[in-house]
Write a protein that binds this ligand. Sequence first.
Ligand SMILES: N[C@@H](CCOP(=O)(O)O)C(=O)O
Length: 320
Amino acid sequence: MTVLVSQVNRLRKLKRPVVGVGCASTGDTSAALSAYCAAAGIPSIVFLPANKISIAQLIQPIANGAFVLNIDTDFDGCMKLIREVTSELPIYLANSLNSLRLEGQKTAAIVILQQFDWEVPDWVIVPGGNLGNIYAFYKGFKMCQELGLVDRVPRLVCSQAANANPLYLYYKSEWIQFKAVKANTTFASAIQIGDPVSIDRAVYALKNSNGIVEEATEEELMDAMAQADSTEMFICPHTGVALSALIKLRNSGVIAAGDRTVVVSTAHGLKFSQSKVDYHSKKIPDMACRFANPPVQVKADFGSVMDVLKKYLGNKTPNH
Ligand SMILES: N[C@@H](CCOP(=O)(O)O)C(=O)O
């Protein structure tokens, strides 16, 4: 996002008629845009689907001084509206159909290679919604190959929530015909997108990296998130979608035990704390919440506290 906002800053210094930067968002693009625009002193305008993003996501653009429109539609409706508006008004569009976003995002691939000491991982798994990310990763890896820094690109996996899975359905139809879907509610709300703007670029990236598309049900993604959290992480539900793909591909043997695999995490878990509260209090209809760790309610007296502690510790063996 800073690549794009820096470019807009330059255009404005050149006296080009750009009154502000706008985006439709499921919560993360708007947070980044509003922060960088605030730093650059450029007005930001964000179109958000009302009641479909977390409070932590909503408050970021508000706090950063963006002009926030809460629109009674879903992300795809917001995207359609901002495209119409930016074709009428001199507002610069910041969603990932703008190639400046992709140029910035592709640096994530370079960072992965650098962290792997320029050895190419076998797999990179990315959660997919509007689908700019998966293409940007491909673009970054391909650029490094063309520069001779590495000799190949990793196999890419794009993982979608089963409730918002147009790419998965397209892949399963062997790329016969793309059909946008109505995105249903998912805990992975940032990828609750039925008509991704970067569909063609994503397909190009997947075909050219011998890629795979996976999907995760609500139960699978929430269980994967809880399992990851219990190992010291604190991931977002979208990362749970990507981890579910890893679990499935590993179980089916597609990803082998020795394969080096990167799972990309796209947001901080603290932005989605309500989903974790719901899971750990086992309040989600039709979900077993197998890895829930609810707090134990106990009376404020020594005996009661000792009783529950002894019961808990009785199940544990000392670690010598
Ligand atoms: N998940 C995104 C949706 C918009 O995607 P973009 O990459 O086209 O900006 C968000 O957080 O808003």
